[in-house]
Design a protein around this ligand. Structure first.
Ligand SMILES: NC(=O)c1ccc[n+]([C@@H]2O[C@H](COP(=O)([O-])OP(=O)(O)OC[C@H]3O[C@@H](n4cnc5c(N)ncnc54)[C@H](OP(=O)(O)O)[C@@H]3O)[C@@H](O)[C@H]2O)c1
Length: 285
């Protein structure tokens, strides 16, 4: 059984991004700039933003933090986004979710220039993803695909089961796995799925993005299954995935730990998206 070391692979990716940025800068390019908007004082969001800023420092991306109070209104956030859309030194805009109560996150995300949408949540990028066109893909699914590729795990011709259909993980992951260049046969499960255990047991590759700590146990998993656990759940015992790691790892041929699996890959994918948005913008002027 292999434990897929997302932390190590993510560090390799960050080093590659840093090298790419260093080379461009040597040729005279300006530094890439990433605006990070954090509204309110959600402790988990503060940790995520700190980790993203650390990754920016490591790769040579200049992060521009915009810390707004929990009382920030939708018009204020959209106003800030519009200003950032116009700024030449900003290549990516990251809007940390969740936003304060009463703020429509969809309206705020829609205001982001799709060329600067490094989270890949804008409908233009989601639409391009669905059509298989080049785009800024959502970071968690992109990070998962990269983790598989760099671990020499091919989903081609395999049965992939995703538990969770969110706009940021389940749906875009299904699109990536079913693309011609991946060729998995994909099933998406959700709270309306009548027999979740049966679906999980049919998977060669099981992707968990439900947000339910240790909900998927070893008895629900096929022998030799690859388990990619996207879940990050805060419990009194610490961070837990959606898989019950001890029993699932007895059946799986490979599994991602929580923490240290998909989480760091998401941030590495964000750095790749920021560098891509920067290079495209450099090229377009
Ligand atoms: N590693 C990372 O970088 C990263 C990034 C993003 C999210 N996450 C984590 O991933 C998890 C999922 O996040 P999300 O934003 O995608 O969550 P979400 O928006 O809450 O979606 C959860 C999905 O799981 C489904 N679900 C919940 N309970 C279920 C059950 N008992 N049986 C079948 N389906 C069930 C829901 O079904 P319905 O649609 O029917 O409600 C929904 O589609 C969370 O733990 C989150 O913290 C991690």
């Amino acid at each position: 059984m292999r434990i897929l070391d997302g932390k190590k692979i993510a560090a390799e990716i960050r080093a590659e991004v840093a090298e790419e940025i260093r080379r461009e800068r040597e040729r005279g390019a300006r530094a890439p700039g990433l605006a990070v908007i954090l509204a309110g004082d959600n402790p988990a969001s503060q940790i995520y933003v700190r980790n993203k800023q650390k990754a920016c420092e490591e790769t040579g991306i200049v992060s521009h933090p915009f810390l707004l109070p929990a009382t920030a209104r939708e018009e204020e956030i959209i106003g800030l986004i519009r200003t950032l859309n116009e700024r030449d030194d900003i290549d990516g805009i990251l809007l940390q979710l969740p936003l304060p109560e009463g703020v429509d996150s969809r309206a705020c995300l829609l205001a982001i220039d799709p060329e600067k949408d490094v989270d890949g949540f804008h409908p233009v990028n989601m639409g391009k993803l669905a059509l298989g066109l080049p785009c800024l893909a959502p970071c968690t699914p992109a990070g998962v695909m990269e983790l598989l590729a760099r671990s020499d795990l091919s989903v081609k011709g395999k049965k992939a089961v995703i538990v969770g259909r969110s706009d940021i993980v389940g749906k875009p992951l299904a699109m990536l796995l079913s693309r011609k260049d991946a060729d998995a046969t994909v099933t998406i499960c959700h709270s309306g799925t009548p027999d979740l255990a049966k679906e999980c047991a049919s998977a060669d590759f099981l992707f968990l993005a439900m947000g339910k700590p240790e909900a998927i146990t070893g008895d629900m998993i096929n022998d030799g299954c690859v388990v990619i656990d996207v879940g990050i759940n805060r419990t009194p015992e610490g961070l837990r995935g959606d898989a019950h790691f001890a029993s699932a790892s007895e059946k799986a041929s490979a599994i991602t730990p929580v923490p240290g699996g998909v989480g760091p890959m998401t941030i590495a994918a964000l750095m790749k998206n920021a560098a891509l948005a920067w290079k495209r913008r450099l090229g377009s002027r």
